[in-house]
Design a protein around this ligand. Structure first.
Ligand code: B4P
Length: 182
């Protein structure tokens, strides 16, 4: 059973949803950089104040900040982990590689959740989080296409990529992921 996983996909593809389900089933750490940043905003910390406006505009927060969060959470004690929403660009992918070498826990599989753009826009508008308005969604999708999408080829070249059709019901997606973890 694979224990070191990563979810890649556009905003609204269902990375958080699937990562949460899996982490509960296997008691793996669910490391969502988006969720951790939102907690900082909620608690009104210095970091939270710094990232609030950036996130509300749908832009990416700085690589250094996100890396700090990842380092605080990924360590040798984890019995399995799921990275959700990290890395989002090539520089973050390189930093992640360094961290994983340090803790001696290589990435075992990358699930790429593929979804048509119209579907994700509908999903996000329905969810209605603070950063789920039309203008912000458009910014997030554009940034995704420009900076995150190249990671699909990056992980493909490393023979880590597993393609998942994410335009289906939650249970079918999760069943396929579990099967591919075996
Ligand atoms: P994230 O928190 O990563 O959120 P996301 O990409 O919008 O959502 P996700 O794909 O997880 O979708 P979800 O399961 O919730 O990022 C938010 C912000 O944080 C970024 O814009 C950025 O500013 C910042 N950030 C995070 N990581 C960063 C990094 N590494 N570097 C820099 N900045 C970073 O699903 C969406 C909706 O669809 C939900 O309502 C869900 O219920 C629904 N849904 C899911 N699966 C479904 C299905 N199969 N069928 C129907 N509906 C479904």
């Amino acid at each position: 059973m694979k224990k070191q996983l990563l979810f890649l996909g556009a905003p609204g593809a269902g990375k958080g949803t699937q990562a949460e389900l899996l982490s509960q089933t296997y008691s793996y750490l669910h490391l969502s950089t988006g969720e951790l940043l939102r907690k900082e905003i909620e608690m009104n910390t210095i970091l939270g104040k710094e990232v609030k406006a950036i996130m509300n505009r749908g832009e990416l927060v700085s690589d250094e900040l996100v890396l700090k969060i990842v380092r605080q959470n990924l360590n040798k004690d984890n019995k399995g982990w799921i990275l959700d929403g990290y890395p989002r660009n090539l520089s973050q992918a390189n930093s992640l590689n360094e961290v994983l070498i340090e803790i001696n826990q290589p990435l075992e599989v990358v699930f790429y959740l593929d979804i048509p753009e119209e579907v994700l826009i509908k999903r996000l508008l329905l969810r209605g989080r603070k950063d789920d308005n039309e203008e912000t969604i458009r910014t997030r999708v554009n940034i995704y296409k420009k900076t995150t999408e190249p990671l699909i080829q990056y992980f493909k070249d490393l023979s880590l990529l597993e393609y998942i059709n994410a335009d289906r019901d939650l249970k079918s997606i999760s069943a396929e992921i579990k099967q591919k973890m075996a």
